[in-house]
Design a protein around this ligand. Structure first.
Ligand SMILES: [Fe+2]
Length: 231
């Protein structure tokens, strides 16, 4: 069986147009690549600021993939389950690495290895999607279906969590059920952390973090989890 070629260098007209899920994906992946270049060589507060922008992009992006796109891939491709398990493993590792980085102080020598691994996994995830999964999806879906999926994925990404939640299921229904409460808590923290100088902002953000930890551990949030990504 011959594999269809990567979507990375194909024009938008071959991928369903600018509203297609494939074109929207490439735009986010390009943005991620820019952020990873910005991250290179940073330390301390500057590094944390870039990492927060990486988090805001990748967690909502990946969460919406897991809720909207991977179930479609599993339905339309005979080997969809294997293909999506591979990218779910990568998403799980990104969750674990960012959570670990948040616990690791600036002067800890392990930070460099954690960051290097994070950049490697994020780049591998993009390659798996653009070179393996999305070319196969393009073969199976017509332009209209790709645009419909693009709309659904973008809407879900806008209301998805923006921070790591390693114990949540990477598959429905757990991720779909916990997505909205975690999104509200994460975005509340984003808002508070941007105003960290205001009285009470740090304490309120810490409280929201504890609440998110409780949501993450509810049976509903873990429902649908598979051994490949279980924590
Ligand atoms: Fe993606």
């Amino acid at each position: 069986m011959t594999h269809p070629s990567t979507i990375a260098d194909r024009p938008a007209t071959e991928l369903g147009g600018r509203r297609s899920v494939l074109v929207r994906q490439i735009a986010d992946h390009t943005r991620l690549d820019q952020l990873l270049h910005e991250l290179d060589g940073t330390t301390g507060d500057a590094q944390r600021a870039v990492l927060r922008r990486v988090d805001r992009l990748v967690f909502s992006h990946a969460f919406a993939e897991e809720v909207v796109l991977w179930p479609v891939l599993r339905r339309v491709l005979p080997d969809g389950a294997e293909l999506t398990t591979q990218v779910e493993r990568e998403h799980q590792e990104v969750n674990d690495l960012i959570a670990e980085l948040e616990r690791t102080p600036d002067d800890d020598p392990r930070r460099t290895a954690l960051l290097d691994r994070l950049v490697t996994v994020l780049r591998e995830d993009v390659r798996d999607e653009e070179d393996e999964l999305f070319p196969r999806l393009r073969e199976r879906l017509d332009d209209r279906a790709l645009r419909r999926l693009g709309w659904a994925w973008a809407v879900v990404a806008r209301v998805s969590p923006t921070r790591p939640h390693p114990t949540v299921a990477r598959r429905p229904p757990g991720n779909a059920l916990s997505g909205l409460p975690l999104s509200v808590l994460d975005r509340g923290r984003d808002h508070l952390d941007a105003r960290a100088g205001l009285p009470g902002a740090r304490a309120a953000s810490a409280l929201l973090a504890r609440l998110a930890g409780l949501v993450e551990r509810t049976p509903a949030a873990r429902h649908g989890d598979t051994p490949a990504t279980h924590r």
